[in-house]
Each structure stands twice: as C-alpha cells, then as structure tokens.
Design a protein around this ligand. Sequence first.
Ligand code: FES
Ligand SMILES: [Fe+2]
Length: 333
Amino acid sequence: MFNKIFNSPEYFIEGWYWALPSHHLKKGQVKPVTLMGRDLAIFRGQDSSVTAVDAYCPHMGAHLAEGKVEGNALRCFFHNWKFDVDGTCIEVPCMGEALPVKINTWQTAEKYGMIWVWTGKTAPPERLPLPFVPELEHEECDSVLAKRFIKNCHPNVVMVNAIDAHHFNTVHNFPVKIVFEKNEIQNAITFSNITRGGENSLFLKLIRPFYKKAVTYNMCYWYGSTGVVTVGPDFLHFHIMFTLRLLEGGKTEGQTILITKKRAGILGWIFNRIILALTNAVGNYFAKGDTKIFQTIKFDLKTPTKADNSIMQFIHHAEKQKPRVWSTWEKSI
Ligand code: FES
Ligand SMILES: [Fe+2]
C-alpha cells in the first residue's frame, strides 16, 4: 500500500503538537525543544506569555536557549542581541541600535498542563483548534501528565492501535466485538463503538452492575497524532489523551495526559484525584499488552480484512491532511 503521509518518516500533518509541560517553563525561563526535527527555543516572559522561536541566532547561529529572558524579550548569550516576542531584533549592544533582522516565531498555546506549538507558518484559523476531549469541549478541566514514552514505530501506527478492533480480543483479552462508527470533521476523526458484548470479560463484569447501556468506547484523533480515548459506563467516563510526535527515522515520542472535568470544592478536588488515578489504571490496562509489538513491527497492511476497516478509514483521513516536511517544516511539493 502506498501512502504519502501515513506512516511516513518524512512528513507530518500540519497541526498542534505538544512541546513541553507548562510547569517546566517558569516565568523568565528559556528551554530548547526539538519538534519534528526543528530546533526551537521556547521562553516564558514576565507576563507569563509563551513564545517559540527558531533556535539559532540570526547573528552567528548561537542556540538562543543559552540566552536569557529579559522582561518579555529574549537576549542571545553570545553577543547579547535582543529579540521581542515577534522575533524582531530590538537591540544590538555593540552598535547601540537594532538591526532589521527577525527570527521565525511559531504560535503557541497552553492546555491540559502542556505547551503546544502550531507547526504552520501562519496562525491557525479557529476551525483548527488545540486537541480537546470532545465530551468536555465546553468544560473547565483538571488534568495530570502521566507517562512519557518512546516507541520504535511511527506515531500513526501507535494511534491506530486504539481502533484495531480485532486486537482487543487477541492482545487485551477483551472479548467485545467492536464495530466502529466514524465521524470526520476536517482535522479530527472519531470512532465510537456501536455494539455490545463481552459477557465473559472480567473488566465488563466488574462494571456491569453500574450501567444499563453498553460501555462507551470513543476515540477522537486530532491531526493524526493526538488521540483521545473516552471509555466507561454512562455515569462515569474516563478520558485519556495520547499525544505523539514524530522523531527521526519514523519513531515516536509520546505523552499521556489524564483528563476529567473540574469539580468544585475540596471534595471535588479529592474526587478528581481518585478519578484521575483510576483513569491511569485504565490506561495502563490497555497499554501493557502492545509494548513489544511497537518495538519490532514493520507496519504494512497488505491484507486488510473487514475488522481492519477503521484503520483503513484512519489512513484515508491522514492522507487528506496538509503535509509538512520533517525538520524543515516546509510545505511538501
Ligand atoms: S550569535 Fe547571537 S548575538 Fe551573536
Ligand atoms: Fe492495544
């Protein structure tokens, strides 16, 4: 099967990607981040705003993360040129004035305790939002950053695991016949289970007394690289975000984020700690079986069956997205 974007080590989908946890960047700090092969310096000004710039100083190429933050601007360590939040040079000390040079800046945002970077040259339109949990779109959320991980295969391949209906039976011993219904909106695609089953599953037996309808299993993908799993009985849904980025050679670096809606008061806070701990346990239950597969797989869906239908739909979805070239972030031709 030939795909240009899906499972390609050379391209990634233009979108929002996680850069670093918000709490790792305090006011006045600057950090180096390599995102899809491009080196960035990300800093937080005294007004708390976060700015992402290309890493190398337009004077002589020093890494700007060696520099320091002054107010809301960044000063290069090497010869002390200073740049504002638009990347404009505002001071060259040895000349006593600025020079008309600029560094590239990239749009940033913060959500779920993470700093995100938009990888397109121009700011994203409103219809291309930060990844979010569909059910909690209009809610204030509580979140915890859980596991950070590396996988030896492409982010797209890690992603489709969550809609690989057949492997739930074989790997996770979760004998539910899952048939997915898909829903596609531009850069997002969701898959929801529409069947019941799993009478013999221990997991389902445990939660069965608490629900009347079938268990919800919903997967929403953003930009082909961030997936949100929503799972649970009607009265209590768990939300786990897996946000992935492409490393050199088609490998994956990922971060798990546990999310629930904010609940008021100290009891709400305690309740949320319990919910998030349970969410972690649910995530671990599904994460443990596949680990060795991701170490050695050479993904090639040569013989798709009916059960692989959702994977095929995900591949088609990925192929419709806007590709950027790994490392240069140029548009592909
Ligand atoms: S390299 Fe940055 S000021 Fe000279
Ligand atoms: Fe799995």
